[in-house]
Design a binder for this molecule. Structure first.
Ligand code: ATP
Ligand code: MG
Length: 467
């Protein structure tokens, strides 16, 4: 299809152009031939008039030689007729002495010089009358010529045009072939790869060659595929993490309940203890599922997911600190609220409370006994800043990249005793992103950690890209 289009686009203007040119040329040649004949007829008539050839018998021979020569040179027939319509000279000789009743002669004799040209079946007749000194019509000069010459010329031109058209057509076929090759081959590659990707082979990538539009398309498709692959792995990882997280409490419950069932006449206290363990495992599972549901909701990133209202950030933070204080007290950690600037922001109060308390909880959780945790709230004219600084175990730069991922925990062996699932920071991160804020961590291993959250004072809607 492309091939045919390229070919037609190339050849059609040429054909139209040659048709127009050839018809214009035909008219032009015919017109000029006619004009030339009329001009010649008049010239002969004037010369007859001037030299009085018709009446002077001595000069007549010389005159006939003259028109014979002219007729030979120019290729037309000249007939001279007297006022009665009898031919007195004919370069073909056949008409001499005969009456000539060609319409041009009659018209010319009548003196109507607007009808002195006629064309019939490729033959042109041009006439001019001859006058004597008293303005009387004494005869007519008739020139007869055919368009043969013009037609031969035109045929030759057309033939040349045809040759040019054929040569250009051949060139166009070659050019169209290369153009379609240059477009179709890469396009087909792209198409095949897209089909493979759509079929689930996400590792496929397109070869990017050169710097044209197609290579840019290929690049964009590669980026898209990479993203898809990333999402696909993340999904698989997520599912396996969730299953793993839920399997641990489930197998505990299984073991506990089985031993309850197998043991006969077990003391009531044992029963109670086992049931308490089962109960706390169920709580753990419920927590995980609640966290997951919270995350899934945050993931929709739609307008309206957030319940935005004016929130007193300082008040909110004070409440969080108050709630976590007993926990800190157990580890003899001093949890203090320093430098609290009064600031009201537009936010989803519930979600923000959860997000920020995750940070304070972590700070207490990952700080050994007798340490300290300090919380501050600050603001400029556009943003509010929430900071939690602890003197805990700290996070190495490598880990800092990963702690916001779902289920990610630095020390995997400790999860049972600290009871974490690694979802807390993922929830915090998503919530902050939903508010168009940002979160960053400053820390080194063994030197405590500082989490800084920036939140815009005015809520600006959900942005689609993560930042
Ligand atoms: N203040 C901190 N100091 C040191 N390490 C931290 C701190 N906060 C988080 N981390 C590390 O980041 C990991 C991820 O934190 P996150 O809050 O997501 O999970 P978690 O606290 O283990 O479990 P939970 O889902 O119950 O919060 C933690 O397991 C911990 O290793
Ligand atoms: Mg946590």
């Amino acid at each position: 299809m492309l091939f045919v289009s390229v070919f037609l686009i190339g050849i059609l203007p040429l054909i139209i152009y040659s048709l127009v040119i050839s018809s214009n040329l035909k008219t032009y040649f015919e017109d000029s031939k006619e004009k030339e004949l009329l001009y010649e007829a008049n010239k002969v008539a004037v010369s007859i008039q001037k030299n009085n050839y018709l009446n002077d018998n001595k000069l007549r021979g010389q005159f006939i030689d003259e028109i014979d020569q002219k007729s030979e040179e120019e290729g037309f027939r000249i007939i001279v007729v007297d006022s009665l319509g009898v031919a007195v000279a004919d370069t073909n000789r056949s008409a001499v002495g005969k009456m000539c009743v060609v319409p041009e002669i009659l018209v010319a004799l009548d003196g109507k010089d607007d009808a002195n040209l006629r064309e019939e079946e490729g033959v042109i007749y041009a006439s001019a009358y001859i006058e004597n000194d008293f303005s009387q019509k004494t005869g007519v000069v008739l020139l007869v010529a055919s368009f043969d010459e013009v037609n031969t010329l035109l045929d030759e031109l057309n033939h040349n045009w045809l040759m040019v058209t054929v040569v250009i057509s051949v060139l166009l076929v070659v050019v169209a072939f290369f153009i379609t090759q240059a477009i179709f081959v890469p396009l087909n590659n792209i198409l095949n790869t897209i089909r493979r990707i759509a079929g689930g082979q996400l590792h496929n990538r397109l070869e990017v060659q050169g710097h044209n539009e197609l290579s840019r398309v290929a690049e964009a498709i590669n980026v898209m595929t990479q993203q898809l692959e990333h999402v696909d792995t993340a999904r698989a990882e997520f599912v396996s993490n969730v299953s793993h997280e839920l399997k641990t409490p489930l197998s505990s419950i299984k073991v506990l309940s089985e031993s309850l069932l197998l043991q006969e006449d077990m003391p009531v206290e044992m029963y109670r203890e086992f049931m308490q363990d089962i109960n706390s495992e169920v709580d753990r599972m419920t927590n995980i599922i609640n966290d997951l549901l919270a995350l899934v909701k945050l993931d929709y990133r739609e307008e309206g997911v957030l319940n935005i209202s004016e929130t007193d950030l300082s008040e909110l933070v004070a409440a969080i600190v108050k709630r976590i204080n007993p926990l800190a007290g157990k580890k003899n950690i001093s949890l203090t609220l320093d430098n609290v600037k009064e600031v009201k922001i537009e936010a989803d109060e519930m979600k923000l409370a959860l997000a920020l308390s995750n940070l304070v909880e972590n700070a207490v959780k990952y700080t050994p006994n007798d340490g300290s945790v300090s919380v501050t709230v600050d603001a400029d004219h556009q943003n509010a800043y929430f900071t939690v600084k602890d003197t805990g175990i700290g996070i190495s730069p490598d880990e800092q990249q990963k702690i916001f991922n779902r289920f990610y925990r630095v020390d995997k062996t400790r999860d049972r005793e600290t009871g974490g699932t690694g979802l807390g920071l993922a929830i915090t991160h998503s919530t902050v992103m939903m508010h168009n804020g940002s979160i960053k961590v400053v820390s080194a291993e063994g030197e405590g950690a500082t989490f800084i959250v920036r939140l815009p004072i005015k809520y600006q809607g959900v942005r689609s890209n993560e930042g």
